[in-house]
Ligand binder design. Structure first.
Ligand code: SF4
Length: 456
């Protein structure tokens, strides 16, 4: 979400006549878009701002803006600690970035934080964006989150869930397709509850025929049906809200890729309760099994936190058990670290011993990598369609691409052009924990985007 906000801010500035520079000392405007989900976000922010002080001294016309969720949380504190910052704006008023710049130019430093999103202005994709990748795009379907996971700052900095209407989302997908985008990732904090707020609002306005239920499954089908969109992905779902209808929509819509990122967080019911996750480990495993039964060739990935406050060795053993049973294709594993402003950050008396957590983390990695390697090696001999991402970072004689399951594949560069955004069939010859090696079979579709899509 934060990366997409950065694209929007860049797009707004470009529409206002600014051009990107790779050299900070040439800049008229520097935007620092913060994310307080990152560890030590505040130290990094104030360190970065401290380094910019000299730039501002050298060029008093330089304008420095700070946005994102740390700005939403710290507000006036930012200009108190870094008086050379011109504009502070939050997560709900990103669309105001250029207006705030001009306000600060005329009237001096400004802090503008909105307490909640304006539904008419809430959606990232409705603004111009300067996408980093031309053939793939984020598409925001929902902002905010109604849950209260104890480790997570999102609800307090992104507000309550607001869904964008399906008509607007499909229109946005059509517009992206017309620009040559073939892969769309639907973006929301809890995509499975997409549409619940829209149904409630319709009921409140007198339409009693509307059923109060999430509409994500239908949305997957609708976006998959957009002409020119070959791949649909989404992030992030919540296990407690995942429905059979979503699995069925994934199975029945060929454009929706067979990859489910399904955040477990912990395998201990006691810790899941403490986290306020709203499901038990066995329920998670049952849903994961149902997903695999329903969706052919599904890859399952997850997030797991090690050392959440109060986690005992028995709790961790449960996490190991569930992770082994789930046989994930890969996992983002995190050592718990407190995020100021969250409930878990207050559980100081329960913080785990760092050495024990380090040991647990290593044991969890062993379990995750064992299943990851087995899954990767299970792909050997399979011919996969990949979207070409460009030259491999380590070996430019190879290209890299992503399979439908979102696995990274490196393969020798074939004769003839195969530019990023093309599709090719690649036969997998080796499986490694983090990547696959393959051989080129044939190109299946040329990239259809222009090299640089003009900002609207
Ligand atoms: S569902 Fe996701 S975004 Fe919402 S509080 Fe939990 S972890 Fe944070």
């Amino acid at each position: 979400m934060n990366e997409h906000d950065s694209e929007r801010i860049a797009g707004l500035l470009e529409s206002d006549g600014y051009e990107e520079t790779s050299n900070q000392s040439d800049a008229d405007v520097i935007v620092v878009n913060t994310c307080c989900i990152r560890e030590n976000a505040d130290n990094k922010l104030y360190g970065t701002l401290g380094n910019m002080k000299q730039l501002k001294d050298d060029n008093p016309d330089l304008q420095i803006m700070v946005g994102g969720c740390l700005a939403q949380k710290d507000r006036e504190l930012i200009q108190q600690r870094a008086g050379h910052v011109d504009v502070v704006f939050g997560t709900h008023n990103v669309h105001r970035a250029t207006a705030l710049l001009s306000d600060a130019r005329s009237n001096g430093p400004v802090t503008e934080i909105w307490e909640e999103a304006d539904p008419d202005e809430a959606f990232a994709s409705a603004l111009p964006a300067r996408r980093e990748i031309d053939y793939a795009a984020w598409l925001t379907i929902q902002v905010g989150c109604d849950n209260s996971c104890a480790f997570c700052i999102v609800p307090s900095v992104r507000g309550v869930e607001i869904s964008r209407t399906p008509e607007e989302i499909v229109a946005e997908a059509e517009r992206l397709s017309s620009q040559g985008v073939t892969e769309i990732t639907l973006l929301g904090q809890n995509v499975n509850s997409y549409g619940r707020d829209l149904a409630l609002a319709a009921r409140r306005s007198g339409d009693q025929s509307v059923r109060i239920r999430p509409a994500f499954a239908q949305l997957l089908r609708s976006v998959g049906a957009v002409d020119g969109i070959r791949r649909v992905r989404y992030t992030s779902p919540h296990p407690k809200d995942m429905t059979t209808e979503v699995f069925e929509a994934m199975a029945e819509t060929p454009e929706v890729m067979p990859h489910l990122h399904f955040p477990l967080q912990s395998g201990s019911d006691r810790i899941l309760r403490k986290m306020h996750r709203g499901y038990r480990a066995e329920r998670f495993l049952a849903k994961a099994a149902q997903a695999r039964e329903t969706i052919p060739d599904l890859a399952l990935t997850t997030d797991i936190i090690v050392g959440f406050p109060g986690e005992t060795e028995d709790d961790f053993t449960e996490t190991l058990r569930v992770a082994a049973k789930a046989e994930f294709d890969s996992a983002f594993t995190f050592v718990y670290s407190p995020r100021p402003g969250t409930e878990a950050a207050e559980m100081v008396d329960d913080f785990c011993d760092p050495d024990e957590v380090k040991d647990r983390y290593a044991r969890l990695r062993t379990v995750i990598e064992r299943s990851a390697l087995a899954k990767q090696q299970g792909r050997v001999g399979v011919t996969e369609e990949v979207i070409v991402e460009g030259p491999s970072k380590k070996d430019p004689t190879r290209l890299s691409g992503r399979t439908g399951q979102n696995k990274l594949v490196h393969f020798p560069r074939p004769e003839g052009p195969l530019r990023p955004g093309s599709y090719a069939r690649v036969r997998v010859t080796e499986g490694h924990t983090q990547y696959l090696i393959g051989e080129f079979v044939e190109r299946t579709a040329a990239a259809s985007h222009r090299t640089r899509i003009p900002v609207l």
